[in-house]
Design a protein around this ligand. Structure first.
Ligand code: FES
Ligand code: FES
Length: 185
């Protein structure tokens, strides 16, 4: 399919756009997108939700982690058009500055970040990690598949796709443990 430019010539370099309906942080959004746009770029460039970070843009760092219908994904690896009708939660939808999500508060209390660039992805992954353990979803290090129990090892394994160049890992694990235990240490 081609589009006609203002000079009347057919421009084969302009791809057609596709209508996409997303519910992002509880708000319905109607977008008209180039089908090559990733979910990450749709969030950042089209909806101006810049809390979700672009690190590698290749599925290697986890900075772009968001929840889609309750499951975490790397949004840089997913085309926005494949999410028509989906519910997306970004770091902006998890809590508010005046009312932080417990995981956001724990990262602050436990000093779980330094530069903070990886932090939105870490927090989205951490929330998903506790949810997965709570639902009994096993990981590579789970010994008893019938009894998926919380441990720091489980957290490290499940968070291993989220890279922190500042190496705030011990404090991140501490923050996740604090939320799991249900309060401040
Ligand atoms: S930006 Fe998506 S995994 Fe790095
Ligand atoms: S806090 Fe800097 S990359 Fe994680």
């Amino acid at each position: 399919m081609t589009q006609t430019s203002s000079n009347g010539f057919t421009d084969r370099s302009v791809p057609p756009t596709v209508a996409v309906r997303l519910t992002v942080n509880g708000q319905e959004q109607q977008l008209q997108l180039d089908p090559r746009v990733s979910l990450l770029d749709a969030l950042r460039e089209h909806l101006h939700l810049t809390g979700t970070k672009k690190g590698c843009d290749h599925g290697q760092c986890g900075a772009c982690t968001v929840h889609v219908n309750g499951t975490r994904i790397n949004s840089c690896l997913s085309l926005a058009v494949t999410h028509d009708g989906d519910e997306i939660t970004t770091i902006e939808g998890l809590g508010r500055p005046e009312q932080l999500h417990p995981m956001q508060a724990a990262f602050v209390e436990c000093d779980g970040f330094q530069c903070g660039y990886c932090t939105p992805g870490q927090i989205m992954a951490a929330v998903a990690t506790l949810d997965e353990i709570g639902r009994g979803v096993p990981s590579h290090v789970t010994e008893d598949l019938n009894d998926v129990a919380y441990s720091d090892l489980e957290v490290r394994e499940r968070m291993s796709g989220n890279i922190c160049r500042c190496a705030a890992y011990p404090n991140i694990v501490q923050a996740v443990r604090q939320v799991h235990d249900g309060g401040a240490e």
